[in-house]
Design a protein. Structure first.
Length: 90
């Protein structure tokens, strides 16, 4: 059990560093979502299920959706049909 906890902490550190160093915003959001899921598993192992549910719902759920909506509003995410159409027109 202690080895599993150490592996999760290692993944947590890797996710935190890679989310801050990633150049692609979409990848950063996905890494942040995995960070929140790992953190919720750690909260379960620390026998705090109320924090685990909150971390999973808010961190991995609501915050990720808000980040995706924000990227869509600032046109950082381009639809694949539009991107493919631009490539074929050239």
């Amino acid at each position: 059990m202690q080895i599993f906890f150490c592996i999760l902490l290692g993944f947590l550190v890797v996710c935190a560093i890679s989310a801050s160093l990633s150049k692609n915003l979409l990848n950063s959001i996905l890494i942040f979502m995995s960070y929140s899921l790992i953190m919720s598993i750690i909260w379960i192992l620390l026998e705090s299920p109320d924090l685990a549910i909150t971390e999973a719902a808010v961190g991995a759920g609501v915050t990720t959706v808000l980040f995706f909506v924000t990227l869509k509003k600032i046109h950082a995410i381009i639809r694949t049909e539009k991107a493919e159409g631009e490539k074929t027109d050239e």
